[in-house]
Design a protein around this ligand. Structure first.
Ligand code: BG6
Length: 507
């Protein structure tokens, strides 16, 4: 949550949004900026320049963005008066992203604002465009001299960072030709989630669990990011991406790194990012001929979602009727280091699963010796810790307790922490946190080039093996189920995919 500062404490800033008339701006960026302004967390001297190809005036753009704010702000619908205080910050500039004139005009507008404010101004260039523009905009910014001021200029880029390892390297090289790495903010919105950031707090602000956080005490780890929705209106994009590129390469890899990383020495952005990238370097490479033992792919067929019939993936808008794109991935990974040798990390994500649930489950080993008589421990379950990310936000520790009565009988019970019960502050949207961090020049929650490339490197054999062999059984899970049956085959004997935690009523 951004700490509320008075607006004067923040340096004057111009935020240029390429794709300013697009969906991301409407749905995420402007509602997050508006919510920041409600918390008085924006600079007093602040302007948003939305750049896009279509013809649009300031007034029409502001009306459109007002609708988005009404739908997506965490404060709910806003009054004309409140919106009226925020709207004048927004300006529209029509322009083609591949024309030098657009950048000359932008430079002039930034200079004009700087003159008007009488202060040196931070410039943030946000690429909220289709990925095809990611390689173009930085070049034009560089040529126009708009990337030169390292201390006062930043560029923000959304995923996908590349389509595979080679294209990610090429994109990083284009960015690096105009910008220093310290100016580049690669967004993974999972890192902006409170519960994801809390993984660091839980692990490294408490001495309790860290001594157990290793192969001696942990049997295996599962990371689940389950979605109940299908591809929604994004079939065209998704059919060229698939779950491995869309979710695993970024969001799941980030969770994997946060769970497995070594303690950081300080809260410095590069120190934390070094520790995270170390995990990817230590991850055991997957050989192409081992892919079937380490990875499972799936695609949903028709089925039920919230009790209603829903179509299969191949019948979704924008999706090829014979599509071979995966909407589900499960992986088994190992980390070859002292802490984690031979502890399996099972990762899974998919669309049209029974419910939305993102969580990490740490399954502890059984006690070395069971001293209780067998009848005392019929329902024995080894201790388990669940870090619930969404929609349930909290932590659950499952352990054994004595059932009341004259006999010694053991039963599994839970100790629970829920964000809502413990804190009265609401969780900000991830974009609020991340935009605030870009303004503060804090890159801790952003992906560095080497981390993006290391994640691709780890996953390339899976992508290549899947590309080489068409899936013979798609669709292989019905909408509303937990994915293909062979997902079970990844698990070692005695291991299981846990059912998502219920921590009070989900929203
Ligand atoms: C996006 C993916 O990055 O994350 C989407 O492109 C996915 O396909 C979304 O639905 C999930 O994000 P969240 O925050 O809803 O879990």
């Amino acid at each position: 949550m951004p700490t509320s500062k008075t607006t004067d404490q923040l340096a004057p800033t111009v935020l240029v949004i390429f794709g300013g008339a697009g969906d991301l701006t409407w749905r995420k960026l402007i509602p997050a900026l508006f919510d920041l302004s409600r918390d008085r967390s924006l600079p007093a001297k602040f302007a948003i320049i939305a750049v896009d190809r279509i013809k649009l005036g300031d007034a029409a753009l502001r009306r459109r963005l007002h609708e988005g704010v009404n739908q997506f702000s965490r404060f709910g619908r806003t009054t004309a008066a409140v919106w009226g205080r925020f709207a004048p910050h927004i300006h529209y500039q029509q322009g083609d992203f591949t024309q030098a004139a657009t950048y000359t005009a932008l430079g002039r507008q930034c200079a004009r604002l700087e003159k008007q404010w009488g202060a040196r101004t931070h410039r943030i260039f946000y690429m909220a465009t289709p990925p095809s523009m990611f390689g173009e905009i930085p070049k034009y910014l560089g040529r126009a001299g708009l990337a030169r001021d390292r201390a006062f200029t930043r560029i923000v880029i959304e995923k996908p960072i590349g389509y595979d390892l080679d294209s990610a390297r090429a994109l990083n090289a284009i960015l690096a030709a105009s910008f220093d790495e310290s100016q580049i903010y690669r967004i993974d919105h999972y890192l902006g989630k409170e519960t994801v950031q809390n993984i660091l707090a839980f692990r490294f602000a408490n001495p309790l669990f860290e001594p157990l956080w290793n192969r001696r005490y942990i049997d295996y780890v599962t990371i689940t990011v389950a979605e109940a929705v299908g591809v929604e209106h994004r079939g065209g994009y998704y059919d060229h991406a698939g779950a491995l590129r869309d979710m695993v390469q970024n969001h799941l890899m980030q969770l994997f790194c946060l769970i497995a990383m070594e303690p950081m020495v300080s809260f410095d952005a590069d120190e934390i990012r070094n520790k995270k990238v170390d995990v990817l370097h230590a991850a055991r490479p997957i050989h192409r001929d081992e892919v079937p033992q380490c990875a499972v792919r799936g695609q949903y067929g028709g089925g039920l979602a919230a009790g209603k019939k829903v179509p299969g993936y191949r019948a979704e808008a924008g999706v090829a009727p014979d599509s071979e794109t995966e909407t589900f991935v499960a992986l088994k990974l190992f980390i070859d280091n002292w802490r984690w040798q031979d502890v399996p990390f099972y990762l899974r994500t998919g669309k049209r699963l029974p419910r939305q649930a993102s969580e990490v489950s740490i399954q502890f080993r059984a006690v070395p010796h069971r001293s209780f008589p067998p009848e005392a421990s019929l329902g024995w379950q080894s201790s388990r810790l669940v870090l619930a990310i969404q929609p349930v936000e909290g932590i659950v520790l499952g352990f054994q307790a004595k059932y009341p009565g004259p006999k010694m009988q053991l039963r599994p019970v839970d100790m629970r922490f829920g964000y809502r019960e413990s804190f009265d502050a609401p969780s900000p949207d991830a974009y609020e946190t991340l935009l605030w961090d870009v303004m503060k020049q804090d890159a801790t929650l952003f992906m560095r080039a080497d981390q993006v490339e290391a994640a691709w490197q780890l996953l390339m054999p899976v992508l290549e093996a899947w590309q080489a062999t068409a899936p013979s059984d798609f669709p292989n899970y019905a909408a509303g189920t937990w994915g293909p049956e062979n997902t079970q085959e990844l698990l070692a004997p005695g291991h299981r995919w846990p059912l998502p935690t219920q921590l009070g009523p989900a929203p």
